[in-house]
Ligand binder design. Structure first.
Ligand code: WTA
Length: 648
């Protein structure tokens, strides 16, 4: 990153005009602190409950929380029906922009009808509440329809990013034991259709699976062979189902979705979220953090629904809050680098939420590109997924935000379900690079190994971010592996009963919080979480690789880049560049192109401690071209000369 330190006095106080109309005000913090349960009960009041809850929080079975105990609701009803019943059916829910330039406008009435058709058809397929459905779709309206139809029926969806490989899809389908997979014939990639349905066929080709049907949306017209009895076209089935469907209420703790995310071991974790608390906190945060005004704002979150940001801030939060939003299928530079700015201009986007990696990419493309567009509709900008470097923050504010829009740097995780730490626009004087303060109703701390609070202003202190109180949208477990849930998040600070986030953090002299990045073996590449173990296991899957060690090295654009060090087997022929390209594509094939190492170095040995642990910290020093840190615990410090010589 180009800049790592920032002056903590560099701060941007709210502009009076914005503050005067802001949803948030400073009293929220105080109200939440005075009576936390009452505060969350009030936020739950943003939703429609078929049956009111009896108790706000039951934490007696910690670390598994029950929020809004006894309450019953339907998540899809909250996102659709109640807006239509209140007379807002003609409001646009989704302005959808297709990659090749096609577009669709979908009102709340239309979205409700589509979701009802899908719900009716899923019912006809014999799916019942609690069953799992895998969704493997590009950013098309049907993806959102499918998620909401699942929510409506109490089916648990597991969205798998459509960039994941067949192997990664199969792993997730098997772990969740999905009965249905929803996919598309193909997806648009830079103006050309790429197959997607065939990836599902490949995923399901070997051995027994729990999958009974594959439902296929026709998107590109690319050839998609159908297996009789198993495969069904969406347009021949869902599209013909009845557009009315009565939503049934479910318990507040009914499972809503599983979303797989990388952990420190090779196997992805199925993060489980439930209904009432999740919808409460996504709605609450979308309202206050984005200062969202239904019927006025045009909201655009640029994430893919394959990630949690798409779940919480494209589907559930915004739709619960009756947002009008943009859903865009393609990439920011197709057909050219103007695409996002054209979309902002075309629809008058008012709130824009994206990742630092894209902001840095925009910086690289140059200010002339946004300057060629009328971006005056923008009134708030957001950032998520990785620490934003102060230089990118200031550029974002200056060039995209006309030096006046508030910027919300929002820290959260797949596990937290919704935003946890962020400035409140109109209230907080934000500092470039700092996530600032936990939201009202949220409690976090920065502590050392023993759990003692770190002192303010200690930049190099070993600070770990912990969440010391349960929150409504917290994960309820890891699907099928509650032991792993306990050991991953709750063991480190078991004595205190705190959630260990896996991030390093510091508090500056004013007590404002800066998130510094992962402290475990998880890398963050363009805001995507990828575990070192996952990439290592893909590499050693190649018959020429005996051992592999992978580190995330800092990268000016993507935050981190993947750098691998491999030892070859005896039978390997070191064919130089060809072999490296082959290993890179092996990782793409096993996981996804997003996990492809930026560099692979063939080395004679890996640095290990006496107990045989690979010293990743030292490899990171090498990858980032730094002087080596302490090598005294190494078996053979000389190994570095050899590695360096090979790295060139
Ligand atoms: C990182 C994405 C600094 C962090 C919502 C976290 C951030 C991981 C920020 C979760 C931020 C996310 N500042 N770091 N504003 N937001 N992170 O599960 O390391 O894909 O643990 O959720 O991203 O990534 P995940």
């Amino acid at each position: 990153m180009t800049e790592t330190t920032a002056d903590h006095r560099d701060s941007y106080p709210p502009i009076a005009e914005f503050a005067a109309q802001a949803n948030a005000d400073a009293t929220l913090y105080q109200r939440a602190a005075t009576d936390r349960d009452a505060f969350w009960a009030e936020q739950a009041g943003r939703l429609h409950w078929h049956r009111p809850f009896d108790q706000v929080l039951d934490w007696t079975a910690a670390p598994v929380a029950r929020w809004f105990v006894g309450g019953r609701l339907n998540v899809a009803y909250n996102c659709l029906d109640r807006h239509v019943l209140a007379g807002y059916g003609e409001q646009v829910a989704i302005h959808w922009e297709g990659e090749p330039g096609d577009s669709r406008t979908i009102t709340y009435t239309e979205l409700l009808a589509e979701v009802s058709r899908a719900a009716n058809y899923f019912t006809r397929l014999g799916l019942t509440a609690g069953d799992r459905v895998a969704i493997y779709l590009p950013m098309i309206p049907e993806a959102i329809v499918a998620m909401l139809a699942c929510a409506r029926l109490g089916l648990t969806h597991s969205v798998v990013f459509a960039g994941f490989s067949p192997i990664a899809l199969r792993q997730r389908v098997d772990d969740a034991q999905a009965r249905l997979v929803i996919t598309a014939d193909g997806q648009w990639r830079r103006g050309k259709p790429a197959p997607l349905k065939t990836a599902v066929d490949e995923a399901l080709s070997d051995g027994e699976t729990t999958v009974e049907h594959v439902l296929v949306v026709q998107r590109t017209g690319i050839d998609a062979p159908m297996t009789a009895g198993r495969d069904l076209w969406w347009h021949e089935t869902v599209a013909n189902a009845a557009p009315e469907h009565e939503a049934q209420p479910f318990d507040a703790e009914h499972p809503l979705f599983i979303l797989y995310t990388s952990g420190t071991t090779g196997k992805p974790k199925g993060i489980l979220h439930t209904s009432g608390g999740y919808l409460t906190q996504t709605s609450y945060t979308h309202h206050y953090v984005f200062d969202h005004k239904p019927g006025q704002d045009v909201f655009w979150c640029t994430a893919d629904i394959g990630w949690v940001t798409g779940h919480s801030y494209i589907v559930y939060g915004p739709l619960a809050n009756r947002a009008t939003q943009i859903v865009y299928e393609g990439t920011p530079n197709y057909p050219d680098e103007h695409r996002h700015f054209q979309i902002i201009e075309k629809y008058g986007v008012t709130i824009y939420y994206t990742a630092p990696t894209l902001i840095r990419t925009f910086m690289k493309w140059g200010s002339d590109i946004p300057a060629a567009h009328n971006l005056t509709s923008l009134r708030l900008l957001g950032s998520v997924g990785e620490p934003i470097n102060p230089e990118a923050w200031r550029w974002y504010r200056q060039v995209i935000g006309a030096n006046k829009t508030p910027i919300v740097d929002t820290w959260w995780q797949t596990e937290t379900g919704a935003i946890m730490i962020s400035p409140l626009p109109g209230v907080t004087a934000a500092k470039p690079g700092a996530a600032m303060t936990p939201l009202p109703g949220i409690s976090a701390a920065v502590v050392d190994e023993e759990g003692k609070p770190v002192s303010l202003g200690e930049t190099e202190a070993n600070g770990y971010l912990v969440l010391d109180q349960p929150w409504p949208s917290m994960l309820r477990g890891i699907w099928g592996d509650m032991d792993r849930y306990r050991s991953t998040y709750w063991e480190r600070y078991a004595a205190q009963g705190w959630y260990f986030a896996g991030d390093g953090a510091k508090l500056d002299k004013d007590g404002d919080l800066w998130v510094l990045g992962r402290v475990d073996d998880v890398m963050n590449v363009s805001g995507h979480r990828i575990s070192t173990a996952e990439v290592e296991s893909a590499l050693v899957g190649h018959h020429y690789v005996a051992e592999a060690a992978v580190v995330g090295a800092s990268d000016d654009t993507t935050g981190q880049g993947i750098v691998a060090f491999v030892i070859l087997t005896a039978e390997a022929e070191d064919t130089g560049k060809d072999l490296i390209a082959e290993l890179q594509s092996e990782v793409s094939r096993e996981i996804s192109p997003i996990a492809k190492p930026r560099e692979i170095h063939i080395v004679p040995e890996l640095p290990k401690t006496r107990s045989g642990k690979i010293m990743r910290r030292l490899l990171r020093d090498i990858a980032e071209g730094r002087e080596l840190g302490d090598t005294s615990t190494l078996v053979d410090p000389g190994v570095f000369e050899a590695i360096r010589a090979r790295k060139g």
